[in-house]
Design a protein around this ligand. Structure first.
Ligand SMILES: Cc1cc2nc3c(=O)[nH]c(=O)nc-3n(C[C@H](O)[C@H](O)[C@H](O)COP(=O)(O)O)c2cc1C
Length: 356
């Protein structure tokens, strides 16, 4: 089992509530988190990219540090942990992205991967006149397939000629090539998103209610096997950790009671525009009524593991055995102290780690 951190490079991290820390993202904060994660032996940090937040009383994601430049900075202050910036495909030409990744690969001495984001929220791109039209909702994984083909060609050969539906490159050069094959992750949840990862990615994220994780893992593994490939599957989860179960329940209740309804409404209404079916947007719309453990909208429809270190260790072991996942990417209400407690008091109790 591998463990990673979903870095809070957007305001307030991943909780839409005034009942957990409300902050503007900074390099210092993300640096402290990455250094603590590395110290505790965690495997990777992943930063996201959002060009427009969802407002509300907490100004959810209204500020967002740019993912690549942040990871370049983190590459210089860490030594072992893997770094995954997120590329919002519509924002940048693949030849520029290929070069930025090659640069972070160099800075980090071969620790850089890439998270592919196809874009489910048109206002982020429309404000820059980068939205190709609503057909992108349904064709975004065809766009991603062509984009990733160009990236991989440039990384392997240092040059690419390509005449496709979305991109034309004429003997485009890109040196230096990276020191290793760049690991590709993607969180596509829709059938087309999952097929994209099975065909072209290395790691897939599953999210949504815990009951969906096991079939989600089986589905992506089956698709990958059919494509003759091997794809690792990670769950995305939130963790509310405290010294006792009662305290973790109290913290969680406060988060739910102080939900930022304005930001939640804005996020769900953006998701409502997405016409790609059975993906993240449908999950967000369905998550208003879910329990916290299964993924309520306050926690962005992401399931929460909560309790004392002992309880959390037992829950993680259960998820590992029940679902067959290869790892979990976590976020927390208060990242630095929560990661410290996770590393010192949960990791040593885990049987799923000690078994591998
Ligand atoms: C770990 C993780 C990271 C993600 N990072 C981003 C991101 O940086 N920007 C973004 O717009 N969406 C991000 N997403 C959303 C996914 O890319 C989203 O699930 C996908 O675009 C929608 O899947 P679908 O197209 O199959 O519905 C992330 C999701 C997960 C689980």
């Amino acid at each position: 089992m591998k463990f990673g951190v979903f870095l809070p490079n957007g305001s307030n991290g991943y909780i839409l509530s005034a009942g957990s820390p409300v902050y503007t993202p900074t390099f210092e904060h993300n640096k402290a988190i990455s250094i603590e994660a590395e110290k505790q032996g965690l495997d990777f940090v992943l930063s996201m990219m959002k060009f427009r937040g969802f407002g509300g009383e907490t100004g959810f994601w209204d500020a967002c540090l740019e993912s690549f430049t942040l990871m370049a900075g983190l590459a210089g202050v860490t030594n072992k942990i893997e770094l995954f910036p997120s590329i919002a495909l519509l924002s940048q030409h693949p030849a520029v992205t290929a070069r930025m990744i090659a640069t972070i690969d160099d800075i980090s001495d071969g620790r850089c991967g890439l998270n592919i984001v196809t874009g489910w929220n048109s206002p982020e791109y429309k404000q820059m006149n980068l939205w190709p039209g609503d057909s992108h909702y349904e064709h975004r994984y065809e766009y991603a397939t062509e984009y990733l083909h160009i990236l991989k060609t440039l990384w392997k050969d240092g040059r690419c000629t390509h005449n496709g539906e979305f991109f034309q490159l004429n003997d485009c050069r890109m040196y230096p090539t990276p020191s290793r094959e760049i690991p590709i992750v993607c969180a596509g949840q829709s059938p087309t998103g999952k097929q994209f990862v099975a065909d072209s990615g290395d790691f897939q994220f599953v999210t949504g209610p815990k009951a969906k994780v096991k079939p989600g893992v089986a589905d992506i593994k089956r698709r990958a096997q059919k494509a003759g490939r091997n794809v690792g599957v990670f769950a995305l989860m939130q963790m509310v950790i405290a010294d006792t179960d009662d305290e973790a329940v109290r913290l969680t209740q406060e988060i739910v009671q102080r939900a930022d309804i304005g930001a939640i409404e804005n996020m769900v209404s953006s998701a409502t525009m997405d016409t790609n079916k059975e993906g993240t947007s449908d999950a967000l719309k369905g998550a208003l009524e879910e329990s916290v453990e299964e993924g309520n909208m306050v926690f962005m429809a992401v399931p929460v593991i909560l309790g004392s270190p002992e309880t959390i260790a037992a829950q993680i072991d259960k998820v590992a055995v029940d679902t067959g996942i290869d790892g979990i990417c976590f976020s927390w209400p208060d990242f630095v102290p929560n990661i410290k407690q996770f590393g010192e008091e949960v990791l040593p109790r885990l049987q799923c780690i000690n078994a591998t």
